[in-house]
Design a protein around this ligand. Structure first.
Ligand code: URA
Ligand code: SF4
Length: 200
């Protein structure tokens, strides 16, 4: 789980640390580091793999083809941008979009842990295999998608990476159903909190 939150940490401070980070070799080839985006109050944290070409160019997460798919699915599920924080396992683009290597994932992990410790999301939505294996030691997202798992008091929701849709259109309806389920889960939590507060 996330490291204990330092009392003076902030999303802005993490972003600044990421932008100046020299800790792995991806620093040498990035154009822009991509810390992540969203509100401190986000209920859901989406975690992808790594920035791609468009993200590297803009310094923002999920702004290319995969990002357009994600935006569309969020809208369909009725999830507001203000409810989410979006980031990746590694904050700099691997050359030619190769999968991040173990040493890069390890070097970058403290930034993600600090983001999780600050945001305290109700649910972390794992997008695809890299985040699934690195965060939870899982192997097949196909077998586990649509499921919620709890580890060390943190809830995780598992689904495909939106980029998978680009290669296999048949996965679109599954991802769409998953995100709707995630939205219901969050709304359920909100409602039970509201009804509890009626009695306090
Ligand atoms: N794919 C990812 O995993 N992350 C992004 O930010 C964009 C594409
Ligand atoms: Fe630093 Fe992470 Fe970028 Fe590597 S990927 S240079 S650890 S911010």
């Amino acid at each position: 789980m996330a490291a204990a939150q330092k009392h003076d940490d902030s999303l802005e401070k993490i972003a600044a640390d990421v932008r100046g980070c020299p800790l792995c070799k991806l620093a040498q080839t990035r154009k822009n580091a991509v810390p992540g985006e969203g509100q401190l109050s986000a209920k859901i944290m989406f975690i992808g793999e790594a920035p791609g070409h468009s993200e590297d160019k803009e310094g923002r997460p999920f702004v290319g083809a995969a990002g357009r798919i994600l935006d569309d699915l969020l809208k369909k599920a009725g999830i507001e941008r203000s409810q989410v924080f979006i980031t990746n396992m590694v904050k700099c683009r691997p050359p030619n979009n190769r999968v991040p290597k173990e040493d890069e994932l390890t070097a970058c992990r403290p930034y993600l842990d600090r983001q999780i410790a600050l945001i305290k999301p109700k649910v972390i939505c794992i997008l695809g295999r890299t985040a699934y294996s690195s965060l939870l030691g899982g192997s097949s997202i196909t077998a586990s998608r649509g499921k919620i798992v709890e580890r060390a008091g943190q809830k995780y929701f598992l689904t495909f990476h939106p980029a998978a849709i680009i290669y296999n259109k048949g996965l679109l309806s599954a991802l769409e159903a998953d995100l709707k389920k995630l939205a219901e889960e969050i709304n359920k939590e909100e409602e039970s909190k509201a009804s509890l507060e009626d009695y306090l």
